[in-house]
Design a protein around this ligand. Structure first.
Ligand SMILES: Cc1ncc(COP(=O)(O)OP(=O)(O)O)c(N)n1
Ligand SMILES: Cc1nc(C(=O)O)sc1CCOP(=O)(O)O
Ligand SMILES: [Mg+2]
Length: 265
């Protein structure tokens, strides 16, 4: 399905290197800072466009985002494990943390750096217990959709909290209602008051146009659709060099827009 050896990564431009260091530097309380783009490799959205997930990941990694995630909602466990095993060395070569969505078992088998779970997935404490049994140190992210979910989430042993959807999205079935930027601003203040320094990942309908607003709030932005060509767009080869260069350009533009917006503090 895909090449298994990671492609040699070209040296990023100097400005990106500086942004990357700023985005990953540990904060005073040693929580890794997450800023910029959190790119999601969504196998369904990619399949609808005929894009290979590994070639797509290689293209995204050239932009050195803050994190990547494999989200494979409808594949078999075996396929997701194969994909994660192909992604782990690529993400490591780019020094970008790879999160597996929903499946701590597969994440641990493949050696991922992190796991993302939502309100209906395994509880965070169970994921921690599983990781401990496997002797692995992992970062865990947890989804929330409103204040009633955010408050209990902040008491969990998590490494970041996700909040969404901020804007309407077509890439999540039965998504919660979009909360908008003013409500996000309130929730960001709540996190800062209760768990200062805990990284926040905003998600849902985020585009290059809205990215600066999120960067200005000091949050990371998780993105599926804005990394992709529109569905049905005519491209002679969605996995050809021009199409993949366009993916890198979108990732770079989003990451830069998020990092260059003036964050508080
Ligand atoms: C970074 C990030 N934030 C939120 C989600 C959504 O997780 P969840 O609510 O469990 O929904 P699914 O993605 O599993 O359908 C996410 N995956 N990543
Ligand atoms: C996977 C996911 N989770 C969400 C949440 O609100 O928890 S919104 C979402 C879809 C994000 O895709 P896009 O960037 O194309 O809107
Ligand atoms: Mg989930």
């Amino acid at each position: 399905m895909c090449p298994s050896a990671p492609a040699a990564l070209p040296r990023p431009p100097r400005i990106l290197h500086i942004l990357h260091i700023q985005a990953r530097a540990p904060s005073k309380c040693q929580v890794p800072v997450m800023r910029g783009l959190y790119a999601i490799i969504d196998t369904d959205a990619l399949a609808r466009r005929g894009i290979d997930p590994i070639l797509f990941a290689d293209a995204v990694l050239l932009a050195r985002p803050a994190a990547i995630q494999l989200r494979d909602k409808h594949g078999s466990a075996r396929r997701m494990l194969d994909l994660l095993r192909a992604l782990v060395p690529r993400a490591a070569a780019a020094n970008v943390p790879l999160f597996a969505n929903d499946r701590p078992d597969l994440a641990l088998l493949a050696g991922c750096e992190g796991i993302h779970v939502g309100q209906d997935d395994l509880p965070v404490t169970a994921v921690r217990a599983l990781a401990e049994r496997a002797g692995a140190r992992v970062r865990i992210g947890l989804s929330t959709h409103d204040l009633t979910q955010l408050d209990p989430a902040l008491a969990e042993p998590i490494d970041y909290v996700a909040i969404g959807p901020i804007f309407p999205t077509v890439n999540k079935e039965q998504a919660d209602p979009a909360i908008g930027l003013p409500a996000l601003t309130d929730l960001v203040a709540r996190v800062a008051a209760v768990r200062p320094g805990l990284p926040i990942v905003a998600i849902g309908g985020i585009t290059l146009e809205t990215a600066p607003h999120l960067g200005a709030l000091g949050v990371c932005a998780a993105v599926i659709g804005a990394l992709l060509p529109p569905e049905g767009a005519s491209s002679s080869d969605p996995n050809g060099p021009d199409a993949l260069a366009a993916v890198t350009a979108r990732a770079l533009a989003l990451h830069t827009a998020l990092l260059q917006a003036k964050a508080p503090g």
